[in-house]
Design a protein around this ligand. Structure first.
Ligand SMILES: *Cc1c(COP(=O)(O)O)cnc(C)c1O
Length: 461
């Protein structure tokens, strides 16, 4: 301890801490209200080493210097995922209300793992989850929790599914299979394979059709082959690469008579079900035993949040509740404790930014904003179709548009992509389809315009 280190210094309400809080909130306000968000780009470790190292010292560099380092060096070395020209992977586009409220969540020190500690926050999160469950046609009693992302949401749902299958076997006096199996499409998201690896279970893939859509008959064939070893089937409500929605009703028709858990991975696409005209594409979701949708994708919330919803939350409690003497006072009560529904214990009230924005703007605003993204995807797909040298790989179903620049190699795509970022116009990385390099626009932000996309197409000549 040096002479200047007084234990309560970091927590005291002093002029110094007041200034720190003001400086940080001032920056947050500036960033939240940027008229034009800079796209920015990564730096190499060597560049950052040169420009930003040495910030951790025995006596501190002070908040002024630290925030300046962040604003001037570190933040510009991060690509802004909310830039209208950020079209790779799945962009994020938090509403201003949601990102501002994220600051409130941080300021409030809420433990949102238990009702005893976080009742108000948990209540508000549950209001959002109930609304979503209702939109998805799930029955009264459905409920869940906001977890970190789709990867943890999928893992938590599958852990619950396996636990339920084990319990059913125990109750029926049946032995468990030597290896458990989860069935999914060859087009399923990589997080399903990751969950299977963590759980040490096998994956059986069912073949999708030529469009990449999984149907019930393909699932039924796998289920007949693998029999009692299957504990869950995963259908995708909007693949990440193409935005293709599986034939969920068909898949449900295969799982339900067999009593097999149906999980719908709608991390990206299920938000589109909020748009009336898109509802038929998602028919069958109402039969799901569990679903996920990521608000940090197409529900305009900041990172990181995945809504995980179970048809029967009690099955998740059995699978996930942690038992420990120091937790007995929480777990011995009939309270709704979000920690008990997924792979987690301590949790941030990460559903609150979405709650605040939904409460502020109402649900219609969400439907209209999502619908606009779908319309824009169709419009740009039509534009690609009429342009020489460009080929649409597939009609977009949601807001992902995949296309090809005829005659280009992967190296040419990459060079073009680097230049686009270098010039701070857009962030579009090549993807691949059937072994061929392709380009992909993933549209989330309502600030992404047809003109911007059209300008990007112009650079492909
Ligand atoms: C993004 C995505 C995931 C993974 O979600 P994270 O929040 O990135 O963990 C899973 N499934 C699908 C279909 C996705 O699009």
């Amino acid at each position: 301890m040096t002479a200047t280190s007084r234990p309560a210094q970091m927590h005291a309400i002093s002029d110094e801490t007041r200034r720190t809080v003001d400086d940080v909130l001032d920056y947050a306000r500036r960033r939240a209200l940027y008229q034009d968000v800079p796209l920015d780009k990564p730096m190499t470790p060597r560049e950052l080493e040169r420009l930003a190292s040495g910030s951790i010292t025995t006596d501190g560099i002070g908040s002024r210097r630290a925030i300046a380092l962040f604003e001037n060096v570190l933040a510009p070395a991060c690509v802004s995922t909310d830039h209208p020209g950020y079209l790779s992977f799945i962009p994020s586009a938090p509403s201003k209300a949601s990102l501002a409220f994220d600051v409130v969540v941080s300021a409030s020190a809420i433990y949102a793992g238990s009702w005893m500690e976080g009742a108000g926050a948990v209540f508000a999160e549950n209001e959002v989850l109930s609304w979503l469950a209702d939109e998805f046609g799930m029955p009264r009693g459905a409920g869940g929790v906001f977890v970190q992302g789709g990867t943890i949401g999928n893992l938590s749902a599958l852990v619950t599914a396996r636990d339920a299958a084990r319990r059913r076997n125990r109750e029926a006096g049946r032995p468990d299979p030597a290896r458990w199996v989860v069935v999914c499409s060859a087009e399923a998201h990589s997080s399903i394979a990751s969950a299977a690896a963590v759980m040490d279970v096998d994956i059986a893939t069912a073949a999708p059709d030529a469009e990449g859509r999984l149907h019930g008959d393909a699932v039924a064939r796998v289920l007949d082959e693998r029999g009692d070893a299957v504990f869950a089937v995963v259908a995708t409500g909007g693949t990440t690469n193409f935005g293709i929605v599986d034939d969920i009703a068909g898949v449900a028709a295969a799982t339900r008579p067999r009593g097999i858990w149906l999980h719908v991975d709608g991390a990206y696409g299920l938000a589109a079900m909020l748009v009336e005209s898109m509802r038929p594409a998602f028919a069958g979701v109402e039969h799901a035993d569990s679903v996920i949708v990521d608000p940090h994708k197409w529900l305009f919330a900041p990172f990181d949040a995945c809504a995980l919803i179970y048809r029967e939350p009690s099955l998740a409690l059995s699978a996930h509740t942690q038992k420990a003497e120091y937790l007995d006072t929480l777990t011995d009560r009939p309270d709704w404790n979000p920690s008990d529904l997924a792979v987690q214990l301590t949790r941030r009230a990460r559903g609150l930014p979405l709650w605040f924005s939904l409460a502020t703007h109402g649900t219609e605003q969400y439907r209209a904003t999502i619908a606009q993204g779908i319309d824009l995807a169709r419009r740009v797909a039509d534009e690609i179709t009429v342009r020489d040298g460009l080929t649409l790989v597939r009609e977009p179903q949601l807001s992902v548009v995949v296309f090809r620049r005829e005659g280009w190699t992967l190296a040419e795509y990459e060079e073009w992509s680097t230049r686009l970022l270098e010039e701070q116009r857009a962030f579009v990385v090549p993807s691949s389809h059937a072994g061929e390099p392709v380009l992909r626009f993933a549209i989330i932000s309502p600030l992404t315009t047809f003109e911007l996309l059209s300008d990007i197409l112009d650079t492909l000549r």
